[in-house]
Design a protein around this ligand. Sequence first.
Ligand code: F6P
Length: 462
Amino acid sequence: MSRLVVISNRVAVPKARGAAGAQGGLAGALHAALRKYSGIWFGWSGAECTEFTGDISIRRADGVTTATVDLPSQDIEEYYNGYANSTLWPLFHYRIDLTEFEREFGKGYERVNERFAASIAPLIEEDDLVWVHDYHLIPMAGDLRRRGIRNRIGFFLHIPWPPTRLFVSLPFHERLVRTMLDYDLIGFQTDEWLESFLHYCRKELGAEVDDDTGRIVIDGRTVTARAYPIGIDYDHFMAQGETEDARQAQERLTSSTRHRTAMIGVDRLDYSKGLPERMDSIGRFFDTHPDLVKRLVYIQIAPPSREDIENYQKIRTLLEQKTGQINGARSEVDLVPIRYVNKGYSAAELFGFYRASKIGLVTPLRDGMNLVAKEYVAAQDPDDPGVLVLSRFAGAAQQLTEALLVNPFSPDDVAHAIRVAMEMPLDERKRRWQALNHTVREENVIVWTEQFTHDLADFQPV
Ligand code: F6P
């Protein structure tokens, strides 16, 4: 079997750290993929250096070999905080109002992609499959090809691909997409993002597109684009549920919420997750059901993210205000309706918290997939499962159709779903959960990895 060379911005966090959802889906998923295949995982160390040297630090931990480089502050600013997270991230999440178009960001982005390619190219062997991940590294294939890499190279986008009408607001959009033609296989989370991409290629680039096979022919090159919905590392997560940490976490939440329904949300503190809107919905629920204030407690776990970026600082302030307002208006000396926690937890602890919660509230305004929804389902007690309330704008909603699907922009809609979830009879909860759990268990991250790498290995240029 070929070795797998994975290239992503963020490289493995040690196993003991959080679940896929809490950390962002990518790290957990790739860790699972690389535990299964031999190979290397290359990317940024997360550390800052004074000048870029390209020196690679190789580590082997937890069955996975990682190769990382440090980046100087200008690269971090222009590539990571800049183009990746202040231009592409908001635009790809349909937030053109938050998107920053700075030429220096684009230059920094291209520079770091070239630097990554120069560092990893000498480590790539003839039969390796190369798999590049996410919006930070879209031009990577071209940079590798220019360095003589002839291997099969695949790309997977973990976030949405926006509709053409939004995407064309990106200066040099065509230049960015043309760099993708050097990949052999491009994967998206859902059919919706795939359709947007194919539409762009046909309309803006004049490419020949076969909607059934996802084959795109342009300038004599053939690229295939398909949907591969990512899953969780199901067996690994379930094993976490067997630990003492999970049991204690469940007990901790159950004993502190006794006689009240615990409802949980776990999200990186990101504006795409719809957290202020969620607080408005919970506020609406309390306003319209004053009799139920004493019966519901909401636990929001929100580890801070990308804190150097102003829009992330703003969302945190806004969320603190909204949570404070609801709690100020509704608390009693012995009752606080919302528990707001700014830190991450391990996978085992999250398993316990999910299991103790009768409602899982996952309401992003836009999300490539959302693995918290899948972890919440996996952690439920089959004899007394909780109810998943899920945004119809999360990629996961395409698969998890037995959840209560909501419009996260509508406080009335979400408040209504919370009420329905609180009152849902056991047989309906079981019926819905069995269908959801089947999907989460079967369409897991191992299957995702196998399907993508199988298709990449099979790829025949036309
Ligand atoms: O899912 C998108 C993503 O950027 C992943 O690449 C990453 O795991 C997660 O969000 C967390 O973001 P960051 O790496 O910027 O902390």
